[in-house]
Design a protein around this ligand. Structure first.
Ligand code: UT7
Length: 333
């Protein structure tokens, strides 16, 4: 088959308000030293009250369309765990707010792996001939589901959005997508969860005490799984492309924690300085993490056209996945 989905544009956006570790330490029993040494994070961006995921997605989507010089797309996919409302999906709203007419639109729920899953779905729509172009966004406002008293999650998560425009091209051009590895393990569904508010434990107007609407994470178990799964998955896609690890120029891993990224690189026997890192200033932005890291890596000069890039992510579900591609010549929007 001589048709492939190719990345033609990229954009990202974070809300302007910055929350530093010291500011968190004013309201929680934590410290800048603890957060920095255990996660590599020094600050994160947090949406102002009233700002929702579609607001972030529209900003990032507009930038990605500008980067691709695209006035329209056939479909918009929004990977998110924090939709504006439980129903309907956020993507149709993003389509109308971006002036994209009646483009197809739906959300993908794969938590922090959502962007990679959506990239695979978008690429599939193009290679199947169902769409000529797709805007794939990862957008999350995790601050809206964090327990204000939970220092382990408030230290880690930030809000943001990012995405790419895919269009039909050929498999041999830079930016062509083709080598995906996607997987899940639902036996670990309780390790990352929002216990209440779904069909298992609905929250109703008269809900009894005991309902828990907040995001919960068993950090240590997630940490171990994340390292093991991302390293193995990233190696699989590199191998599928026929790349030896030493020829990979940049590993763009889900920005969950600097220690996780370094452990993944160590397992792969990849030098740590080939990891893209922006977790220090944005934290873990869930589905937005990989496109935000790509844009920052382009801006700071660590990612260049034709680089051999491996994307890898891990998140709730449990879900994980990777993709290997040669980086295209783009200017972020
Ligand atoms: O995005 C999806 C994937 N997510 C991830 O990959 C996240 C994976 N997990 C992590 O990044 C880390 O597990 C955390 C950063 C969340 C936690 O770090 P940790 O080194 O695994 O700490 P821990 O959860 O084992 O907790 C150790 C101690 C506990 O105190 P005790 O029970 O030993 O007294 C925690 O209560 O550290 C405490 N702690 C904190 N202390 C100060 C947890 N959070 C904080 C905090 N400040 N912010």
């Amino acid at each position: 088959m001589n048709r492939a989905a190719v990345i033609r544009g990229i954009g990202a956006w974070v809300p302007p308000r910055i929350v530093t570790n010291d500011e968190l330490a004013e309201e929680l029993d934590t410290s800048d030293e603890w957060i920095r040494s255990r996660t590599g994070i020094s600050r994160r961006h947090i949406a102002d009250p009233g700002m929702a995921t579609s607001d972030l997605a529209v900003e990032a989507g507009g930038r990605a369309l500008k980067s691709a010089s695209a006035a329209s797309v056939d479909c918009v996919i929004v990977a998110t765990t924090t939709p504006d409302r439980p129903c309907p999906a956020t993507a149709p709203l993003v389509v109308s707010r971006l002036g994209l007419g009646t483009a197809a639109a739906f959300d993908v729920g794969a938590v922090c792996t959502g962007f990679l899953y959506s990239l695979a779905v978008g690429a599939g729509l193009i290679t199947a001939g169902t769409a000529e172009s797709v805007l794939v966004l990862g957008a999350d406002t995790f601050s809206s589901i964090l327990d204000p008293q939970d220092r382990s999650t408030r230290a880690v998560f930030g809000d943001g959005a990012g995405g790419v425009v895919l269009a039909a091209g050929t498999p041999d051009e830079p930016g062509a997508l083709g080598h995906f590895d996607l997987a899940s393990d639902g036996t670990g569904s309780n390790l990352i969860t929002v216990p209440s508010g779904g069909s298992r434990d609905p929250i109703r107007a008269d809900s009894a005490v005991g309902a828990d609407p907040y995001f919960r994470m068993q950090g240590k178990a997630v940490f171990r799984n994340a390292v093991e799964r991302m390293a193995a998955s990233a190696l699989r896609v590199a191998e599928a492309r026929g790349w030896s690890v030493r020829t990979v120029d940049l590993l763009v891993a889900h920005q969950a924690n600097l220690r996780i990224m370094h452990a993944v690189a160590d397992r792969m026997r990849l030098p740590r300085d080939r990891c893209a890192v922006n977790v220090d200033h944005v934290g873990n932005t869930a589905a937005a993490s990989i496109p935000l890291a790509l844009v920052d890596a382009m801006d700071d000069g660590t990612l260049h056209p034709d680089h051999r890039v491996v994307l890898t992510a891990f998140g709730g579900g449990l879900t994980w996945g990777s993709c290997a591609l040669r980086w295209p010549d783009l200017v972020p929007g």
